[in-house]
Design a protein around this ligand. Structure first.
Ligand SMILES: [Zn+2]
Length: 263
């Protein structure tokens, strides 16, 4: 029965997000699956943690849309999230919600779930708010080097602070529901670690392309916003932004799970 309620709730939420242009059609379909599993298996507490990520990240993308005009071409996708983005950000959380059905009393599954979402939330907040940093970001793999705003792998003080805030927004209810205040700093730091890992991949092995028409580096492939074909310049070609987001969630989840087991 709860699966059915989950499906109805997820369908309504996904439809509203589609109407608000936060989700593309494929993204709305994917979000319905994610929401059905998370609410259907986990219930309200799991859903609230998921919704905090979903609502704040889509909200921030919209709020700073104007400020980022001209930067959008840097990112491989606009603010209408497609299925790849939804599963890249929430796929691991969905798998962990399924694990909860097998191990309903395991705190480790809850910590992994919350931290995976704290990581992608940290990453989204850093991306959306980081562009407000007054100076250009630096490359995480070489802090002496500055890059243009919006470049994958770029980090700034403002972005890192936004990252911590984004992670704590998920960590707070996660610790509250588990009735363990120790989880608040743990999940917050794990979220930050996941988002820094995301930047590190962006600066090193993530697939990057070049638009010969605009002479700009971009994540977009095969076509740039201008319509020209982009050329692969560095990174592993299979490692697109969606997989980098998935790795971000996995790293955050792993750090928090190890922290729980060790401490
Ligand atoms: Zn172009």
């Amino acid at each position: 029965m709860q699966i059915l309620y989950g499906f109805i709730l997820a369908l309504i939420t996904a439809f509203l997000a589609y109407r608000a242009h936060s989700l593309a059609k494929s993204g709305a379909f994917a979000a319905t699956i994610v929401g059905t599993v998370v609410f259907g298996v986990g219930g309200w507490e799991w859903t609230i943690v998921l919704l905090i990520f979903f609502i704040t990240s889509s909200g921030l993308s919209r709020a700073f849309k104007k400020r980022k005009q001209g930067l959008d071409e840097k990112f491989s996708k606009g603010h209408e999230r497609d299925a790849g983005q939804v599963f890249g950000n929430g796929g691991l959380a969905t798998l962990l919600a399924l694990f909860h059905a097998l191990y309903p009393d395991s705190i480790v599954v809850w910590v992994g779930f919350a931290a995976s979402l704290a990581a992608v939330n940290a990453d989204t907040w850093a991306t959306e708010l980081g562009v407000l940093n007054p100076t250009p970001p630096r490359v995480i793999a070489d802090l002496r080097k500055h890059v243009e705003k919006g470049t994958s792998g770029g980090v700034s003080l403002f972005g890192t602070f936004a990252s911590l805030l984004g992670a704590s927004a998920v960590a707070l209810p996660a610790a509250w529901f588990a009735d363990s205040w120790f989880l608040f700093p743990l999940i917050t730091l794990a979220g930050l670690a996941g988002s820094l890992f995301d930047s590190l991949l962006g600066a090193t092995v993530q697939a990057m392309y070049y638009c010969p028409t605009d002479q700009k580096e971009t994540e977009k492939h095969p076509f740039h916003t201008c319509g020209a074909n982009t050329v692969h310049i560095r990174g592993w070609e299979w490692l697109d932004n969606d997989w980098v987001n998935f790795a971000c969630s996995a790293f955050g989840g792993l750090v928090a799970v190890l922290g729980t087991l060790l401490l």
